[in-house]
Each structure stands twice: as structure tokens, then as C-alpha cells.
Design a protein around this ligand. Structure first.
Ligand SMILES: [Zn+2]
Length: 483
């Protein structure tokens, strides 16, 4: 990792917190258990003025950001000179599958490390301190992407907790390579412990028959249970009417989890369902049935909407061009109206599946305001939770245990007992035109989500150690370090 983090931070002084009086400032203390560099927030107290100076900046301190679903090995293919002949010519889903498969044939470990570091640098600078990162394992790349992922996980472990997914993007129960692809996955899961390879992921919709898709799901549930891993499906990525046959595969996933006794056989392993654009055509009764099946059976199922990919790619089938409807999971409604666990993720950057957008989760939350018509202050806070605290819980990372402000809303505030993963937003004139004038501050979570501030204004603390903002001045007075 090129960028050095600071020494372990002992205290952070004079910060503003979400959902408290915007004029009040607070001091955050971080503790380290003996022999560990994993900082934990041990106290949050009203600011001690003896530490502060009148000129100290008062950043807004929020829980750090999380990628609940991002493809590490496919990032920035479009920026790689060796793949310049693979830029989209039609922009279709089939073309994306074909050209990405062709690009995979030329992946090398140095190329994977370079593009992966671009993604990690962009992500950490945005405020991301944990991510679920997919690396593909199949007959084309074998374990090359996985090996590069493990190298990146080790190189970047101080700045970002990378949770790797052993991912079957390709069919494992159909086509001439299915058997080989399946063997490659089984070998990878067997050869790597859950610390190194915490998640098994597959793509049931790429199989050539519904029967093979169902076998894909059943095999994945069994393998995840056998080796004690989280499970992650790319599922129902189309806009066919839910009443049409074959039925949405989400029902088969839930049926299989129940039949295999997932909840009673694991203690903390979760199931994430990604894309699921077809569910955007559900009517109220369908949502009721879905929530009922998940909640009544105590299934640890999360959904992740991937709106930059979904809006770009998920089109209705058999559409002769008369209309061009789009669909992505209605995440805020799923949470508020159906009590489902749901988050949003970046998915792809810089490749044929999603040639637009950045690795900044705040830009995704901002997009969500428009996509979901989520215009209230509390909507903005919910969207922030979906790229932060809810996303962290969804990928199975430990969460908080003590809230010093129990009377205000959970989810966008720092809490005692949380790991010391913070995003600090300073007031910066990123226009370069304000001179001595007052830069436009983001004083609340809603202002941050509605118009995300430049990354150069963000300091990131990862388990107690800080990456400072690139342009902000005066931040040094905010931090005290363990000597
Ligand atoms: Zn994906």
C-alpha cells in the first residue's frame, strides 16, 4: 500500500456528530486492547475546550462507509491499455458477458494487482474501511484472481477489511466447462479458511436451464454450510413479470435454506441476494409473502440493490424497442414497509457491465435520492445507513453494542463499542474560487447525501489509524496519537 496511515489515534477532538445539536462538539476516545492495533471507540464526550483552539476545524464525524458488493478483479478493465480493443460497441448485456470473458483470458496477477489497487485507493479515499469483494474462480482464470485478491487483502489490511468472495460468475451445472468450474470453486473453498475466503458466491441465472439454476443454488447452500461460509447470489437479474414461468429464483433460495435448516445449522453466517431486479415488479401481496417467508423462518437474508448496474443493464425481455423500462430493487420501501434487510452497493466500476459511475458509495446514496424518490431528511439518513452501518451488518461484520444517545435515531451515529472506523468531513472550498469567503458546509447527513463533498475533504479512520484528507488544512489539531 503506497499511502501510509498515521500512528494509532488516541483521541479525536471537537467533532460534530449526526443528529445531535449542530453547534455542539464532541471528543472521541479510542482504546486498543493489549497486543492489538484494532481500535475500539471507548467514549464520546462533550468537547473538552482545553484541547480545542478557536481556529480548529470541526468536521462532521460519521460511521465509515462499506462496499457490501464490489467486483475487485473486474474493476477498471476499461482503463487497462491491454483491453482497449474490448470497449463496448453495442452496450448490451450479452456483449458485456462476452467481452469480459475475453478480458479475463488476458488477466495476469500484475494487471489484477494494479487495477485492484486503483479500486482500493478510490474506495479508501472515499471513506470505505470494509468491503465484500468478489474474485472469480473458473476454468479461464483458475485461481489467479483469488491469489491477487489475497495479496491485496494482506497489503491493504490496515486501511480496509477486505472480505473475499470465491465467486462463480460462470455456469457450474451447464455448458462444457460446468464441471471444471465447479471443481475449481470446491478446491478454492477447501484450500482456504474462512478468515481468508469468507464467502461463497454464485450466479444461478447464467445456467442454461432452470433445472441447472436450481442445482446451482442447492449445491451452493450445501457447500457454504459444509465449510461455514457466508453465501451470496446474483439472482433474478431480469424484468420478466413475476407471474411468468419460470418463477423468480428467490423462492427456490428460500425453500432450499429452510429445507437444509440453515438457521439452526449456523450461528452467524448470512445470505445476500444481489440485483433481484425482477422483484421490482412485485405487487404488495408478493412483498408481503417474501417478508413473511424470511421473517417468520428467521432466515438471515439480506438484499443488495446495485442501482448503477441495474439502471444501465436491466431491461425488459422481448422488448422490440418500443419502450425501455428500467428496474432496481426499491430498497427504502423494502426496509420501511416490509421490515426486510436491504442495502445498496457499487457492484462494478470501469467495465462493460457498468461503464459509468465511481467507487464512491456517497455518489450511490445520492443517486438513491432520485431513484427511490427519497427526498426527506430521514430518507437521506436511511440511504447513508445503507452504505455504512447497515452494509457492515449485512456482510456479517460485528456491529455496535452501546449507544450513548439512545433517544435519537440509530444508524448514522458513532457508538461506544464500535470498531474505530470513521469518516470525517471537513468544510473545504473545493471550487478554489471562494478566497476568504465561507466555504459551503455540509452540516448534516442529509446535506452530505444530497450533494456529496469532494473526496479531498474527507479524513478516514480505519480501526484507529487515519488517512488524512488531501487538501484540508488544520486537521492536525483534531487528532492526538498513541505515543
Ligand atoms: Zn455483482
Amino acid at each position: 500500500m503506497a499511502h501510509q496511515l498515521t500512528a494509532p489515534v488516541k483521541t479525536i477532538h471537537g467533532v460534530k456528530l449526526a443528529t445531535t445539536d449542530p453547534e455542539s462538539t464532541w471528543d472521541i476516545t479510542i482504546e486498543y486492547h493489549p497486543g492489538s492495533l484494532q481500535g475500539i471507540i471507548s467514549s464520546i464526550d462533550p468537547s473538552n475546550s482545553s484541547f480545542s483552539t478557536v481556529s480548529s476545524p470541526s468536521p462532521l464525524a460519521l460511521p465509515a462507509l462499506v462496499h457490501p458488493h464490489v467486483h475487485l478483479d473486474k474493476a477498471y478493465i476499461h482503463n487497462s491499455p491491454s483491453c482497449s480493443h474490448l470497449l463496448p460497441s453495442t452496450g448490451s448485456f450479452q456483449e458485456a458477458l462476452t467481452t469480459t470473458t475475453a478480458a479475463k483470458g488476458s488477466f495476469t496477477k500484475p494487471d489484477l494487482l494494479k487495477r485492484g489497487e486503483w479500486l482500493l485507493a478510490d474506495s479508501v479515499a472515499s471513506g470505505v474501511t470494509a468491503m465484500r469483494a468478489f474474485v472469480e474462480v473458473d476454468h479461464t482464470v483458475q485461481h489467479t484472481c483469488l491469489d491477487a485478491g489475497i495479496t491485496l487483502k494482506q497489503r491493504w489490511h490496515e486501511a480496509c477489511n477486505i472480505q473475499l468472495v470465491c465467486f462463480a460468475q460462470d455456469p457450474i451445472f451447464s455448458t462444457e466447462h460446468g464441471d471444471e468450474n465447479r471443481r475449481q470453486i470446491e478446491d478454492a473453498i477447501r484450500d482456504h479458511g474462512s478468515d481468508e475466503l469468507a464467502v461463497l458466491g454464485t450466479t444461478p441465472y447464467v445456467e442454461t436451464s432452470t433445472e441447472a439454476s436450481k442445482r446451482n443454488i442447492e449445491w451452493a447452500v450445501d457447500l457454504a454450510l459444509q465449510h461455514d461460509r457466508h453465501l451470496d447470489f446474483h439472482l433474478d437479474y431480469n424484468l420478466a413479470h413475476p407471474e411468468e414461468e419460470p418463477a423468480p429464483l428467490v423462492w427456490h433460495v428460500l425453500r432450499t435454506l429452510r429445507a437444509r435448516g440453515w438457521t439452526s445449522r449456523t450461528t452467524n453466517k448470512r445470505i445476500m441476494l444481489g440485483h433481484c431486479t425482477r422483484l421490482s415488479l412485485f405487487i404488495k401481496e408478493d412483498w408481503g409473502r417474501l417478508a413473511h417467508e424470511i421473517l417468520d423462518n428467521d432466515l438471515p437474508v439480506n438484499f443488495v440493490g446495485l442501482p448503477t448496474s441495474d439502471l444501465y443493464m436491466a431491461a425488459a425481455p422481448n422488448d422490440p424497442g418500443k419502450s425501455n423500462p428500467r428496474g432496481t430493487l426499491p430498497i427504502p420501501s423494502m426496509i420501511k414497509n416490509h421490515s426486510l434487510d436491504a442495502v445498496i452497493g457499487v457492484n462494478n466500476v470501469g467495465n462493460a457491465f457498468t461503464p459509468w459511475g465511481s467507487a464512491d458509495p456517497l455518489s450511490l446514496a445520492c443517486l438513491g435520492v432520485g431513484v427511490y424518490q427519497a427526498g426527506t431528511v430521514s430518507d437521506a439518513e436511511l440511504l447513508y445507513e445503507c452504505i455504512s452501518t447497515r452494509a457492515r451488518a449485512a456482510i456479517g461484520l460485528a456491529s455496535s453494542n452501546f449507544d450513548p444517545f439512545p433517544d435519537s435515531k440509530p444508524g448514522v451515529r458513532l457508538k461506544c463499542g464500535d470498531c474505530a472506523d470513521l469518516l470525517l468531513l471537513y468544510d473545504v472550498d473545493d471550487t478554489g474560487l471562494m478566497g476568504a469567503g465561507e466555504a459551503r458546509a455540509r452540516k448534516s447527513v442529509a446535506e452530505v447525501v444530497w450533494d456529496p463533498p469532494a473526496r479531498t475533504s474527507r479524513a478516514v479512520v480505519s480501526r484507529g489509524r487515519a488517512k488524512m484528507p488531501a487538501l484540508t488544512k488544520g486537521y492536525e489539531t483534531t487528532f492526538r496519537y498513541i505515543k
